[in-house]
Design a protein around this ligand. Structure first.
Ligand code: HEM
Length: 264
């Protein structure tokens, strides 16, 4: 095997490694959402929502409750639907399913974005304006990328569609990246550094408010460039970078699982 073929294979394997880790990490988040929001809602225990959210369920606050219920109950659906869309074997074997799941994903993404923006700017949440602006931008990007992914699917330009769909998946995963990024930071610093955990403000929170979607999107652009590059060394460099980031994500996922989603 020549150097370039080897580098291309390594790049493909690193992308699969990234996806498998992301898939497992998102499944753990889905189980947390089921346990915390779906189960308690089914049992009528809305007080459980208030232990996790700033305004989970507040009697009398119609708009806020509607946004909160929409947001939490669709969260697991969009995560599962997104992960399934990216599996090529499913895409190739069941194209009809891919098209319908794609439409559901786009609709749910718009509802998640609208309800999230409502909760953030009307009901109020933790953190200062920098966190709100950072997360709101990702909410707006969901709408832009969703439109682009749909447009290129309709035009049957599948390579361009695939790239917009990956960008969409990354911005939809912002909330998940935020949590694993924060827990990785806590692990490195052995506790919250650069932030006040009581108010959820500080330079680190401001950094993460933007980094949660900028870093994944930049990495994706590098990956796209490497896929079409003729340089074996560039492919190998991006593959190595992707593997390092994925290993850091493994730590973040493990810490979020034991420290945040399923504390003993
Ligand atoms: C589209 C993908 C999204 C998913 C899967 C998602 C998922 C979630 C989940 C699971 C929670 C509960 C958090 C927890 O218990 O740790 C949550 C809370 C929240 N999300 Fe989202 N979300 C998404 C997008 C957004 C967007 C785009 C915004 C705003 C622009 C947003 C704003 C919020 C707010 C304000 C809360 C409540 C936080 C609090 O109470 O302090 N979300 N989201």
């Amino acid at each position: 095997m020549d150097r370039k073929t080897w580098a291309q294979k390594t790049l493909n394997v690193s992308a699969v490694f990234w996806f498998v880790v992301t898939f497992i990490g998102q499944l753990i988040f889905v189980v947390y959402v089921f346990k915390t929001f779906y189960l308690s809602a089914a049992q009528g225990q809305w007080n459980v929502w208030n232990t996790q959210l700033t305004h989970g369920y507040v009697p009398g606050m119609m708009g806020s409750n509607l946004a909160s219920v929409t947001h939490m109950l669709l969260a697991a659906l969009i995560i599962l639907s997104g992960c399934v869309q990216l599996i090529p074997q499913i895409r190739n074997a069941f194209p009809k399913f891919h098209r319908w799941n794609g439409r559901v994903y786009l609709m749910v993404a718009m509802m998640m974005s609208a309800s999230g923006l409502y909760l953030m700017w009307t009901t109020g949440t933790v953190g200062d304006w920098t966190l709100k602006v950072g997360l709101s931008l990702s909410g707006l990007l969901i709408l832009v990328f969703g439109f682009q992914a749909y447009k290129y699917a309709r035009a049957k330009k599948f390579l361009i569609h695939k790239r917009w769909a990956i960008r969409l998946f990354l911005v939809v995963s912002t909330v998940w990246f935020f949590r694993i990024g924060m827990m990785l930071w806590f692990f490195i610093n052995q506790g919250p550094a650069g932030m006040d955990p009581a108010t959820f403000t500080g330079p680190f929170v401001t950094f993460l408010a933007f980094a949660q979607w900028i870093i994944p999107l930049l990495l994706a652009e590098l990956y796209f460039k490497a896929q079409s590059s003729l340089s074996g060394s560039f492919k190998a460099f991006v593959a190595a970078l992707l593997c390092i980031v994925t290993l850091l994500m493994v730590i973040g996922i493990a810490m979020a699982t034991i420290g945040m989603w399923f504390p003993s």
